[in-house]
Design a protein around this ligand. Sequence first.
Ligand SMILES: [Fe+2]
Length: 269
Amino acid sequence: MEYRLIELDPEHPGFRDARYRARRDAIAHIALAYRSGDPVPLAPYSEEEHAVWQGIRQALAPVHQESIATPLLELERALDLDQERIPQLRDVNRRLRQGAGFSMEPVAGLVTPRIFMEHLGRRIFLSTQYIRHHSRPFYTPEPDVVHELVGHAASLLHPGICALSQAFGRAALKADAQDMERLTRIYWYTLEFGVVMEQGQVKGYGAGLLSSVGELERACSGEVPLLDWDLDAVCALPYDPTTFQPYYVLAPSFEQALSDIAAWLAVQS
Ligand SMILES: [Fe+2]
């Protein structure tokens, strides 16, 4: 049996693609050899992988103009990620350091929420470098470089989101398993899939929305239930990461979302 560093679920779009699986393993090796604080190694992307990135960016651009919260749209313009070539984390980090000092460091795949948040506390955002399978460019069952860079990177230039990310990290340090579950749900329904009201319109600010054309349109469509802004209720809501979300949590404004989450976290830690 062939040795695989990265296991994929049989339902994964790349499960039967030997070439894709070899690429996943090669990029995972980069992350596994990485030591925190070293310069982030370059991921050598193929032309096919750049083309996947380009196709997703082209599809997302008009939807972002319409549907994402203004502070993130402005930061996205400031970050100005390449539209045609997959940016390297090393280059993105140069820009992030000019903000609140966050940097992205490579990981081979999904890490536990505790590990993820503890790194946030140290202003490190753990980021995958591989890209999703070309057969389904608008779907990924796991975070990939599109999710990390298009979804999260610009937000790491926002002082409020950086402070909040560090607060999640502080709370995680003291959290038992039950607390960790609550923290993870708050993060999920806000910084991953949150929506806000902005001048009478629903806008996305969560990274899972910013990196998915289908899910961003869906969240802002008015056709999916939007739950009231009540963080004590949100932290009791389980979630399913494998499919479109059945509802989204709507904050009255972007600013209030950040300040209320910060206040909620302050009580936890
Ligand atoms: Fe994410």
